[in-house]
Unconditional design. Structure first.
Length: 303
């Protein structure tokens, strides 16, 4: 083929006319199959031969046969037709059982504790769905990482992403009863300066802990005895009696309820963290993505 050969809509019509003629070896029947007159079909084949730069058929008064170049082009057309057939099946709206492979990105500890069990339930209900899940607190570019759906904790930056709020995480101070028995009095956030504090480095304000009580505000810069980027590690150190730490409700509530931890300064509120599902515009047109969004909204809440 010459360098000017391109698969324009006109060229595709010519290829279809050629393929029908090559398979039937009868121009009249081929014209009926592609929905045109025999003269139009002949013109399409002549244009294709000019584009290819070679004869595709040998015509005699008694029969039509393919040239060697025609045989070669027919093989290409048959492969192209098979690929287009597979593509039509792939793009056809799914009926019945939900299918597809989803890539999801989740905050590490919140994702493991709150979302992972729900992903298991979702896959049990839809066994033909495949999920690639990443649990990581790092920011991820959904386009570059080819992520279908992500969960983000904290205030969202302005972006072109679609967001659906699914809840709010409450943060609070806690410690073990044993630590509090031996520690100095704690009646106001400023008293924290006399305590052993454990800091989560992923907190937006770092070691500056900010509290509100109605219209009153307190900001306390702590000097942590332990600082790390994993809230579960902070929880474990608090449970060991090392000192006072901040916990999200999903990790701290069961331990406060059991008496293993005590909530400290409950009248002073730390900032709450909104939880959102985020996805690229149009990603929810895929049935599996749309169904997973609805499932997580239902079970995590749409507050």
């Amino acid at each position: 083929m010459n360098k000017s050969f391109e698969l324009t809509p006109t060229r595709v019509r010519e290829l279809r006319a050629f393929a029908a003629s090559a398979q039937l070896l009868n121009f009249s029947l081929a014209a009926k199959q592609v929905g045109c007159t025999p003269s139009v079909l002949s013109r399409r084949i002549a244009a294709l031969e000019a584009a290819v730069g070679a004869r595709l058929f040998l015509r005699t008064t008694r029969r039509v046969v393919l040239t060697a170049r025609g045989e070669q082009l027919l093989a290409h057309c048959q492969r192209l037709d098979a690929v287009l057939g597979e593509l039509a099946v792939e793009l056809r709206p799914q009926q019945g059982e939900l299918q597809g492979r989803l890539c999801v990105h989740l905050p590490r500890n919140y994702g493991i504790h709150c979302v992972a069990p729900l992903l298991g339930r979702f896959m049990a209900e839809h066994p033909s769905v495949r999920i690639d899940a990443t649990y990581d607190d790092a920011y991820v570019d959904l386009v570059a990482a080819k992520v279908d759906l992500a969960v983000r904790a904290g205030r969202l930056e302005s972006s072109q992403l679609v967001a659906r709020r699914i809840g709010t995480m409450r943060r609070y101070l806690c410690a073990t009863p044993g630590y509090l028995e031996q520690a100095p009095p704690l009646n106001d956030p400023v008293d924290l300066k006399a305590h052993r504090c454990l800091a989560f480095s992923g907190l937006r304000t770092g070691t500056l802990w900010q509290f509100t009580q109605q219209r009153r505000r307190r900001s306390v810069r702590i000097e942590p005895v332990l600082q790390c980027n994993d809230s579960k590690a902070i929880r474990d150190a608090v449970l060991a009696g090392v000192g006072i730490g901040i916990q999200g409700d999903y990790l701290g509530d069961p331990l406060v309820a059991s008496g293993e931890l005590v909530e400290i300064l409950p009248d002073w509120q730390l900032s709450h963290s909104p939880i959102h599902l985020v996805w690229l515009p149009g990603a929810d047109r895929a049935p599996a993505v749309r169904r997973l969004i609805d499932f997580l909204v239902t079970h995590l809440g749409g507050g």
